[in-house]
Write a protein that binds this ligand. Structure first.
Ligand code: GLU
Length: 493
């Protein structure tokens, strides 16, 4: 019998997402339950958006949760490299194989030509899709254009009619019509593979037997299945996991729910509780108990117990569960957890330099700097009243700065200042118009240490959380405002 091998294949393009941890957990449980292996592969073929910092954050966040992998970029293994950016040669070879077998073709159409093609299709009332123009080129023509060094992509052929049957471990057979599939680009003009090619080649070469991934990938399954067929490879078992949802049933999004694992760490959730809660997403223990450990989950794991009704990721429910976990710790462990969370020397050393010069006794530290040891802070709308700005402008300034900070990758004082500066300049305001608002939102009080230092120390998750809270306390953003402000925001250089 072949050994079960599962994997998680995150793209390191942003904060480590709870959805990644959720899919990782189920892959881990499935592998462990079958005495198999769980692999971590980094899918960083999007060179513009992928960063090493984000990759490191994924490792740290998963490890914090207690998720360990048997093979991966950082731990090695017999099927490396486990980072797609280091596997370029391999993809090239397999793309060539598809070209040779006639399953793929070169396309030299420029982005402008493709735009025009789509515009014409839309004008005719058709769904825009690639029209197969590359297929009409003769072999000589292709050779001539290749020799001339023209930029090209490699696309896969797909059937134009019929149905693709996707075997899913949870849904049985899902039928997807071929005419919904585009002739997918496999190799981009920059010579890098797309997700489709790299993912199939790697899952095969890494011996993956079961692929548990999010259901947002289900519509594109036919293309993957076709690629396995073209290569003549055995296809892994497929399992499309239900997507996590906000309490209003929409797809989990950071606009409505914090989605970064680091947020939950900074808020003082226990990793065991967090993992427990993720295990409750669409899955339950045979005896329906709410609180369980990873070991208990593995022991009782059965993928068929996953239910397809979109699991709701609800902060209140998670907090309740975390409370259960906290209360059941011994007092000694509880005290140790407090210490580990924010009463540790590293964190205190960040705060101390900003507090030391502002107190006369140590007992003044807590009232002055208590907000460093809190998730949100109690906010009083009155403190946001502004001499110069209207109530609407106040909300607008905070919202635009929040959006700007959401996109910020390097979190330090200078970069944070840059974000605020960019927004105020665009609104034709001064830094000193915005800073008092930031101050109140972040510290919840009228005076304390410098707010820029505070933001840097609190980190991106808690800073953004507090700005979001401030907007809420001030009445939120209406749909109309949201639309207008987004336009305004997009225009900020
Ligand atoms: N790189 C993909 C992602 O970021 C992997 C999806 C898959 O599991 O195939 O979600």
């Amino acid at each position: 019998m072949t050994t079960v091998r599962t994997r998680i294949a995150p793209s390191p393009t942003g904060d480590p997402h709870v959805g990644t941890a959720y899919i990782a957990l189920f892959n881990l449980c499935f592998a462990r339950q079958h005495g198999g292996q769980f692999i971590l592969r980094i899918e960083d073929t999007d060179q513009v958006r992928s960063t090493r910092e984000s990759e490191q954050q994924i490792y740290d966040a998963l490890r914090w949760l207690g998720i360990e992998w048997d093979e991966g970029p950082d731990v090695g293994g017999p099927h490396g490299p486990y980072r797609q950016s280091e596997r370029g040669e391999i993809y090239r070879k397999y793309a060539d194989e598809l070209l040779q077998k006639g399953h793929a073709f070169y396309c030299f159409a420029t982005p402008a030509e493709l735009d025009q093609m789509r515009a014409e299709q839309t004008a005719r009332g058709e769904t825009p899709r690639y029209d197969g123009r590359g297929l009409t080129l003769s072999a000589d023509e292709v050779q001539r254009r290749l020799s001339a060094g023209e930029p090209y992509v490699i696309r896969m052929k797909v059937p134009s009619e019929g149905i693709c049957e996707v075997p899913d471990m949870l849904r049985g057979t899902v039928e997807i019509p071929w005419d919904r599939m585009d002739m997918q680009v496999l190799m981009k003009a920059d010579g890098l593979p797309t997700y489709f090619l790299a993912n199939v080649v790697d899952d095969h070469l890494m011996g993956i037997t079961h692929v548990l991934r999010g259901e947002e990938w289900l519509p594109s399954a036919p293309k993957l299945i076709k690629l396995y067929e073209y290569f003549g490879w055995e296809q892994p078992q497929l399992c499309y996991m239900p997507l996590l949802r906000n309490p209003d049933k929409s797809k989990l999004s950071k606009r409505k729910n914090p989605t970064s694992i680091t947020f939950y760490e900074r808020m003082g959730f226990l990793p065991q509780a967090m993992l427990n809660y993720l295990g409750r997403m669409g899955w339950s223990m045979p005896d329906e108990r709410e609180k369980f450990t990873l070991a208990e989950m593995v022991e009782n794991f059965d993928i068929q117990r996953v239910s397809l009704g979109g699991p709701i990721f609800d902060l209140e429910k998670l907090s309740w569960l975390n409370g259960q976990w906290l209360r059941e710790l011994s007092v000694e462990t509880f005290a140790a957890e407090m210490q580990k969370w924010a009463l540790n020397p590293d964190y205190l050393m960040k705060i101390a330099p900003h507090v030391q010069g502002r107190v006369e006794t140590l007992s003044q530290v807590a009232p002055l700097a208590g907000f460093f040891f809190s998730g949100g802070v109690p906010l009083d709308a009155k403190l946001f009243e502004h001499k110069k700005l209207s109530a609407e402008q106040v909300r607008q300034v905070i919202q635009l700065i929040l959006w700007r900070l959401e996109a910020l990758r390097q979190w330090d004082k200078e970069q944070i200042t840059g974000c605020i500066q960019a927004v105020v300049e665009h609104l034709e305001l001064k830094l000193r118009d915005a800073m008092p608002l930031m101050f109140v939102a972040i510290t919840g009080q009228a005076s304390s240490v410098s707010v820029l230092d505070a933001m840097e120390i609190l980190g991106p998750d808690l800073t953004r959380f507090r700005l979001r809270q401030a907007i809420e306390v001030l009445g939120g953003v209406s749909k109309k405002e949201g639309k207008e402000w987004e336009k305004l925001f997009a225009a900020i250089p």
